[in-house]
Structure formats: C-alpha cells, structure tokens
Design a protein around this ligand. Structure first.
Ligand SMILES: [Zn+2]
Length: 312
C-alpha cells in the first residue's frame, strides 16, 4: 500500500515496535510538525511521502502531519466543526466512502490503519488558551502510567466518562489515542502549551526523544548520535487527573473573568469563571482544576466552555 501524503516511515533493520509520531492533527497547532520534521530530516526523508531503512531503528518509526489541508489553512479542522481528532470511530472509518465525506474524515480513513498498527503513538497538540503542558488519553492504562514520567509535564488527564465527546454531540470522542487503544496499542495526546507558543517545543522534544528510546524504536546510541547528548530525566513525575465535570455555553458572547482563562488553575465549587453579556455568571460545577478553557473566539452556544478535573 502506498503511503498517504505527509506520512514518512523509517523501517529498522532489526525487529521492534511500530511507533507513530503525529503533529498538526489540528491545523492551527503547528508545534508538533516542527518536531516531526526534526526526525524526518534526521533520517533524510524529504518529499510529500517517503520511506527509508535505517540501522538506527528497531521496528518501524512512522512520522506524520495529521491534517495537511487544515495546516495549509491554519484552521483546527479542514472543514466544519468536527475536526480530525473526532473522526476515529468505527462507524465513520468503516462505512463506505462517499463524495460528500468531510475532508477530515477522508484524512482519518487514511491515517486509521497506521494508527491501528502502532504499538505506541504520540499525537502533539497545542491549546487555544494558555496552559502548562500535559498528557492526555481517553483511558489511562498501566502502559500510560509507565511511560508518562518520561515527559516533563506536571499532569496526565484521562476522560473515562466521555466529556470530550459530548462537546460535539458524539457518544465517543474519536481521538487518535482512542483509536490506538481500541487496536491494542498505547496512544497519548500531548498538549505542549498554547498553540502559538513555540517556547516549550524543546521540553516536548526532550520528551519525544525519551519516548522513542523507551519504546525501543530508537536505539539510545542512535538518539545521541543524531540529536546530541541525551536529555536528563524530568525532575518530578506527573500527577494523574480525570475530567469530572463540564460546563456548556448557554448564551452567546461568553467572556472569562480576569485570570480565569488559564488551564490547570484551582477552582472551588460554584466559583464564577466567566460571564455572558447579560451579566449572568457562569460558575464551576465542582471544585478541582480548571482544564481546556476554550478561547472565547471559539465558543459556540451548546458547546463546552471549560472542564473541571480531579485527581484519580
Ligand atoms: Zn489539538
């Protein structure tokens, strides 16, 4: 099977896992594509899609731009409200393709077999409001718990109750990590920080390198030869949280109260987070940490404004 466009693979000369690294699943989050490029240039992979073989890799390393059309447009999705990271569901991937399919669904179909074949996958994202970096996965498994401390992030966020899916009226979220997990692999989303903030790219890059070495796909000596001295381990392991509450917009024109649009900040039950033009306050449904505060420019009535997470 020919590779889809903007996918590159490095086949190792010795057996090992299949590991996939994705950037730009959301087209307005370019930090991940920069890290994908570092790897593909190190392996001499140019052009729109290419394969190579390397003694430095064990198994197969798959590199991909998630959504090239959305990246070209600098938009979250290629079209419509349902972005690529909400299409990885059996009922959508599995149904017969149609001319009226959204561009994002077409891309999901192209990437789905690669993600399904991955033992491990890391999907690099950015957030619309500022936030410390964190890892996420719909369901956190023992493998997630073992690998998460490789990343220099304070938090790991699970969504076992499916709050992210509800945002677009879906029953399941259809994320890349969910698709990997459904097929027996271990997938992470990695929110590196605000989507236009490249200042944390080096922290993410160190995590990517540790991840590739720990999964076994990249030999430690090859990592050091290609990319320099191996990064020191993170100072502290992350704390695990899960989404426990979400609040949807009931009116237009929502604005955050000063300082309340920051991800991973503590909130108390009933504490005001924002306000509509009618002066009606929007309050936290429970106490915990405020996560995924959606930037007001992206808020639509009926969709989620923000979530509250608590320690697992
Ligand atoms: Zn994203």
């Amino acid at each position: 099977m020919p590779l889809p466009p903007f996918v590159w693979t490095v086949r190792g000369t010795t057996p090992g896992p299949t590991v996939m690294l994705l950037g730009g699943v959301h087209g307005d989050e370019p930090v991940g594509t920069v890290l994908v490029d570092r790897l593909r240039f190190a392996f001499g992979l140019a052009g729109v899609a290419a394969e190579t073989e390397s003694d430095d890799v064990r198994g197969t390393l798959v590199l991909a731009y998630g959504n090239p059309v959305a990246l070209r447009r600098c938009t979250r999705a290629a079209e419509g409200r349902r972005d690529l990271n909400r299409w990885f569901l059996p009922k959508d991937i599995g149904r017969a393709p149609s001319e009226t399919d959204a561009e994002d669904l077409r891309r999901a179909r192209a990437l789905a077999p690669l993600l399904a074949a991955a033992s491990y996958a890391l999907d690099l994202h950015g957030s619309s409001s500022d936030s410390p970096p964190f890892l996420c996965a719909l369901s956190i498994t023992a493998r997630h718990r073992a690998l998460a401390p490789l990343f220099d992030v304070p938090y790991v966020l699970g969504d076992p109750h499916g709050f992210l899916a509800a945002d677009l009226g879906l029953r399941e979220a259809g994320t890349t990590d969910g698709w990997v997990g459904r097929h027996g692999g271990c997938g992470f989303g990695y929110e590196t920080g605000r989507q236009d903030d490249f200042s944390r790219a080096e922290i993410a890059w160190a995590g990517v390198r540790r991840f590739l070495v720990a999964t076994g796909v990249l030999a430690p000596e090859a990592d050091e030869r290609c990319f320099g001295l191996r990064p020191a381990p993170p100072a502290a392991p992350p704390v695990f949280y899960e989404l426990l509450c979400c609040t949807a917009a009931e009116e237009d024109g929502f604005r955050y109260l000063p300082g309340r649009n920051q991800g991973w900040t503590p909130v108390r039950t009933g504490e005001p987070i924002g306000q509509y033009p009618s002066r009606r306050l929007v309050c936290a449904g429970m106490g915990g940490l405020l996560v995924f505060p959606k930037a007001p420019r992206l808020v639509r009535r009926g969709e989620n404004l923000f979530y509250v997470a608590a320690k697992t």
